[in-house]
Design a protein around this ligand. Structure first.
Ligand code: NDP
Ligand code: BG6
Length: 494
């Protein structure tokens, strides 16, 4: 699958929007870690490009504090910056891209040379940038790949316009649409857990599973980013992409092979079995300040000065989704996400049905398979067991695979590191294909429009809480049973 044959040739990684937040906080650190770990082609040149007139030294100064440099790595860090360049230019004038092209060409000695363009630019300049790359910067001795980040439009129409625009310039195999959740360890593990274990495969269906809860929680609000967030809301920001991607990996049928397109074919198929969400399937919330909280916690979403007065944009949402196929008919997939909550957490909770024909007087609790994406990767299966000793009592316990305990030496890379390396090796498995995106918008656009047109008032919840109390009711309606009796004992280290 991976193609490293090209690694002997020169590569140029162009970071457009190099003066921005994403570049300094995420992309420069990521390319530094990849460079530090010697996993990129040796002869890779990094070129930052943005409108701001600044020196490379200034770019370095701004990004440095987000880049971890461990003792002993200082000279490698200097080498990394020697492999960098910065070029100021407009986003809309072809002449500037011609200069960029000349600049790249200087490094492209030999018979072959490849180019990767990372678009860390706002959606407003997206069309100009891609047209200019196509007109002035296409590699003539190798491949050209383009990495793009969400938002991929804000509904089905705008997303399709963008897709058509990109398709008019590049082939699908040149386009790498990032959903960074696809780069996370446990999200990548879903395929292995499901299809490399006979124990799960036969029970992964409507006969055995009561509901599946996929959650994303964040303990902070929009904090100054409200302007951007307000025009999207939590459904577009997290649910329609990150959570739906997880859903499709949890629910899809076994792919014919591990070929990226075989996998993505199955992901699309499962999405096609989902009807557009209706208002009745949804609960939306918005956080209010906690008068007893500290600092930011005192402030609600509407207190953020960058948020328009009276905004009804949801910062929390729960949606119940049904997949109308023979494996899943009737099983609720509950997608739940929110900001300004009590903890940071992303997980999949597969809740099995109650044991039929119970002989234990109602004591058995439902089995739950929990796949914790973050913080701290873990997989645990909650189950019943006889309590050890003379008594014949039942107890709740778990089979526990916590990465920090089991794989103490393992170095789990950041999602962006994996994904950017995948672009160099030409592996599209963990990127979003055009038709997946189309299906995702088909499912969410109508309800997003209804929320806006009908000005649906989100239910309030307090900053730092578990979310609106109504959400637990919704979970119960979707056949998610919370027993509240499970007690976890942290294993002691030997
Ligand atoms: P629990 O059944 O105790 O809790 C499950 C989750 O249910 C809670 O985290 C909470 O999450 C939610 N919840 C709380 N109240 C309600 C309610 N009224 N209605 C519906 N849902 C509710 O089991 P967990 O699997 O979460 O385990 C408990 C603790 O043990 C966790 O902190 C877990 O991380 C830890 N543990 C760790 C393991 C490991 O590291 N390997 C292994 C096993 C457990 P939410 O607020 O998101 O709804
Ligand atoms: C982004 C969202 O896609 O994901 C942010 O736009 C969110 O609002 C972030 O904070 C969460 O990512 P992670 O990797 O920290 O869970």
């Amino acid at each position: 699958m991976e193609n490293k044959a090209d690694f002997q040739y020169p590569h140029t990684f162009v970071l457009l929007g190099a003066s921005g937040d994403l570049a300094k906080k995420k992309i420069y650190p990521t390319i530094w870690y990849l460079y530090r770990d010697n996993v990129l082609p040796q002869n890779t040149k990094f070129i930052g490009y943005a409108r701001t007139k600044q020196t490379l030294e200034e770019v370095k100064e701004k990004s440095k504090k987000y880049m971890k440099v461990r003792p002993g790595e200082e000279s490698k860090f200097d080498q990394f910056w020697e492999a960098n360049d910065y070029l100021a230019g407009s986003y809309d004038r072809r002449i500037d891209y011609e200069l960029l092209n000349q600049h790249i060409s200087k490094y492209e000695k030999g018979p072959r040379a490849n180019r990767i363009f990372y678009l860390a630019v706002p959606p407003t300049v997206f069309e100009d940038v891609t047209v200019n790359i196509k007109n002035a910067c296409i590699a003539i001795k190798g491949y050209t790949r383009v990495i793009i980040e969400k938002p991929f439009g804000r509904d089905d129409v705008t997303s399709e316009k963008l897709s058509n625009h990109l398709a008019s310039l590049f082939k699908e195999e040149q386009i790498y649409r990032i959903d960074h959740y696809l780069g996370k360890e446990m999200v990548q593990n879903l395929l292995t857990i499901r299809f490399a274990n006979q124990i799960f495969s036969p029970s992964w269906n409507r006969e055995n599973i009561a509901s599946i809860l996929i959650s994303f929680k964040e303990p902070f609000g929009t904090e100054g980013r409200g302007g951007y967030f307000d025009s999207f809301g939590i459904i577009r920001d997290v649910m329609q992409n990150h959570l739906l991607q997880i859903l499709s990996l949890v629910a899809m049928e076994k792919p014919v092979t591990l070929n990226p397109d075989d996998i993505r074919d199955e992901k699309v198929k499962v999405l096609r079995h989902i009807k557009p969400i209706e208002l009745k399937d949804l609960l939306v919330g918005q956080y209010v300040g906690n008068p007893n909280g500290q600092g930011e916690e005192k402030l609600g979403y509407l207190d953020d000065p960058t948020v328009p007065k009276g905004s009804v944009t949801p910062t929390y949402a729960v949606a119940g989704i049904y997949i109308n196929n023979s494996r899943w008919q009737g099983v609720p997939f509950i997608l739940r996400c929110g900001k300004a909550l009590n903890e940071r957490k992303a997980e999949v909770r597969v809740q099995y049905k109650d044991v039929p024909g119970d002989i234990f007087e109602g004591h058995p609790k439902r089995n739950e398979l929990v796949i914790r994406v973050q913080p701290g990767e873990a997989l645990y299966l909650k189950m019943m067991s006889k309590s050890p000793g003379m008594k014949f009592d039942l107890m709740e316990t778990e089979l526990d695979l916590t990465y920090s305990m089991r794989y103490r030496e393992a170095d789990v890379p950041d999602a962006y590191e994996r994904l950017i390396l995948d672009v160099f090796t030409g592996t599209q498995m963990h990127f979003v294909r055009n038709d997946e995106l189309k299906e995702a918008w088909r499912i969410f656009t109508p309800v997003l429009q209804q929320l806006e047109e009908q000005h649906i008032q989100p239910v309030p919840y307090t900053y730092g809480s578990r979310g609106p109390p109504e959400a637990d009711q919704k979970l119960a309606e979707y056949n998610f049973k919370y027993s509240g009796s499970y007690k976890w004992q942290k294993p002691t280290l030997h």
